[in-house]
Design a protein around this ligand. Structure first.
Ligand SMILES: Cc1cc2nc3c(=O)[nH]c(=O)nc-3n(C[C@H](O)[C@H](O)[C@H](O)COP(=O)(O)O)c2cc1C
Length: 183
């Protein structure tokens, strides 16, 4: 962004334009997202990589191992939060999302076909579920993939812009509309 967006509508559009950029530019700070989930009576948190942004659906996509604890947590409690920070933009995005997990179907099959031939496929070819105890650092890969595609439908976008002079700006955009709030 060369100029800072002024209106709430411009902020929403600028956020989604950046999210689209982040999904395709490896160096973009927003490519790495912190995903917070509910784990029983505690919060859990980890990084995931943004693979695709769909502004029209207000959705973001990441990949994971279908056996991972985060998938079980999202299946039990499909609401969570994605947190992104860009030092270049000085923008924090806190995205309250509803998560949908897909492990089969045409879209999953097409993406797995693309991934299969790349080193990234190893993330989904371990014989052991993520978190399982190991005798050695690296288990032998299997041929069976455990690929899951997770779609995060953004229900509330919380945008915070930091300024050196302390005049920070913050906006909330959700089903109730778009509004300014105190930073
Ligand atoms: C830079 C970075 C990127 C990561 N990207 C992903 C990812 O896209 N998907 C994923 O499942 N795990 C990713 N991980 C690993 C997770 O942060 C986490 O350690 C792992 O998925 C187990 O999480 P869970 O036990 O909460 O399911 C990434 C870790 C780092 C450090």
């Amino acid at each position: 962004m060369s100029t800072s967006p002024r209106t709430l509508q411009e902020i929403d559009a600028a956020c989604w334009a950046e999210l689209e950029r982040a999904a395709t530019e490896p160096g973009h700070a927003w490519r790495l997202m912190a995903l917070a989930t509910v784990d029983g009576d505690a919060a859990d948190l980890r990084h995931v990589v943004l693979r695709e942004s769909r502004p029209a659906e207000r959705s973001l996509i990441f990949y994971t191992d279908a056996r991972s604890p985060k998938v079980a947590q999202l299946a039990a409690h499909p609401l969570g939060t994605l947190l992104l920070w860009s030092r270049a933009l000085r923008w924090q995005l806190r995205l309250r999302c509803r998560f949908y997990i897909a492990v089969d179907g045409a879209e999953v099959a097409a993406r797995w076909q693309q991934l299969k031939a790349t080193p990234a496929a190893l993330d989904y070819l371990s014989p052991l579920a993520p978190g399982q105890a190991l005798q050695a650092p690296l288990p032998e890969p299997t041929h069976e993939g455990h690929f899951a595609l997770v779609t995060a439908r953004v229900e509330r976008l919380d945008w915070l812009e930091l300024h050196d002079d302390g005049l920070h700006r913050r906006a909330l955009i959700d089903a109730e509309g778009a509004r300014w709030v105190a930073p």
